[in-house]
Write a protein that binds this ligand. Structure first.
Ligand code: SF4
Length: 409
């Protein structure tokens, strides 16, 4: 029988909300004044080398982050249906469908959609192949330049050849950005951007590591909400300041023995993107029974080391080694390490209908991880933003049965 448990809110959330509101307001400002001020607006994929754009004074906006906003505000299904009516398949990623729907029907979209048109599109294939087709569609809609960074899938470790292939494209991207902005690459500024990115990543990593404490100071919804700046503001002073503040708060929780979930009894690892429209409802099924998601693979995707040295070479390696661009063996190892490091009792995988590269190999990974760690793993079928795929009762029953197995509840 579940007891009512208190969920501890983070004071930093207020600052996060203010910062993200300011970021989107600034994006509108860039749409209006970017051209005369020579500060263009780019729509960019989450795994693209944003530091390079920022070094050219280009303001980046992330349709994927916007897709997540549509999900939390529960308008994605309507926007997806708009895109589907325009001929985009229901099998496409729901971030892409929500975003395209928001362009076609801004009246249904949060904030009236992203500021448009973008001055350019920047797409990196390290997260999936879908983004390429999505951005090609955007380039056709707005008739603006599309810059593509193609990162080869890594079945094993990064090879010199793969690194060189990406490096050459980065050099071409520099030439294209010089042409589009009318200014040369400022290498000092690029180094500053990379240094701030590294600092942000280091802080995010330390915050996540603080969750090795028992009880864990954060639960998965905290990690999902507070990862927004590392995606959208990586490379900025605001992101560094924000994660310093968050780290202080999380550290204080650890020192005071405060857990995100009152009376933590079960520690779990989450795999895949959040179910945004159920971000609190879904995890409440767990937290009400004393189960806390102490870490995850999704927000952990931004803990990537930017190696020192030549900035373009460093970016070529880092952005090719993104975990979604790696083999099932790599991902299984990563999950095993998380379970061991965070002393987890089990793991839950969101089989996300939208995100094929994340979801298709999960069963292979699940079996391997269970075999090597001895902890149980549950697969829950849903979609990150399209609510039509979420079946409340079957999910609730499976979660209950899983928690009984893990914790004898
Ligand atoms: S398919 Fe997956 S990785 Fe690609 S854009 Fe959609 S959610 Fe992101």
């Amino acid at each position: 029988m579940a007891t009512k448990r208190r969920y501890l809110p983070l004071a930093s959330t207020r600052h996060l909300e203010k910062m993200m509101t300011k970021y989107y307001a600034l994006s509108r400002y860039h749409r209006l004044w970017g051209k005369p001020l020579k500060r263009p607006l780019a729509w960019i994929t989450s795994g693209a080398p944003v530091e390079l754009l920022r070094a050219f004074n280009i303001h980046p906006v992330y349709p994927e982050n916007y897709g997540a906003i549509c999900g939390t505000r529960r308008v994605s299904t309507d926007l997806c249906q708009v895109a589907e009516a325009a001929g985009y398949s229901q099998d496409l990623c729901s971030y892409a469908r929500s975003h395209i729907g928001s362009i076609l029907r801004p009246d249904l979209a949060p904030m009236g959609g992203l500021p448009k048109p973008p001055d350019m599109l920047v797409c990196c294939t390290n997260i999936c192949g879908t983004v390429l087709k999505w951005y090609e569609a955007l380039a056709r809609i707005f008739n603006v330049p599309l810059l593509v960074l193609d990162t080869p899938f890594l079945p094993g470790d990064l090879t010199a050849h793969a690194r060189q292939y990406v490096l050459e494209q980065l050099k071409e991207m520099v030439t294209a950005l010089e042409r589009l902005t009318g200014r040369p690459l400022n290498r000092d500024e690029l180094n500053r951007q990379l240094a701030r990115s590294s600092e942000t990543i280091r802080l995010w990593k330390e915050i996540r590591q603080l969750c090795r404490a028992t009880p864990s100071p954060l639960n998965a919804p905290d990690l999902f909400i507070h990862m927004a700046p590392i995606v959208t503001l990586r490379g900025t002073r605001q992101a560094v300041d924000y994660y310093r503040r968050l780290k202080d708060e999380v550290k204080q929780r650890v020192q005071q023995g405060q857990g995100a979930v009152e009376g933590e009894k079960i520690r779990l690892v989450w795999d895949n993107i959040a179910i945004w429209y159920q971000i609190f409802g879904f995890f409440k099924m767990f937290s009400q029974q004393g189960a806390c998601f102490v870490t995850d693979t999704y927000s952990g995707g931004w803990v990537m080391e930017l190696s020192p040295g030549d900035p373009l070479e460093s970016m070529a390696a880092t952005y090719t080694e993104i975990f979604l661009n790696r083999s099932p063996e790599f991902r299984a190892r990563q999950m095993i390490e998380l379970i061991q490091d965070y002393k987890a009792d089990g793991f839950v995988m969101h089989s996300n209908r939208s995100c094929k590269p994340y979801s298709l190999v999960q069963e292979v990974i699940r079996r391997r991880v269970m075999q090597q760690t001895g902890v149980p793993g549950l697969v829950v079928e849903a979609d990150m933003t399209d609510q039509r795929v979420y079946a409340e009762e079957p999910i609730r029953n499976r979660v209950q049965a899983f928690l009984e197995t893990v914790g004898g509840l």
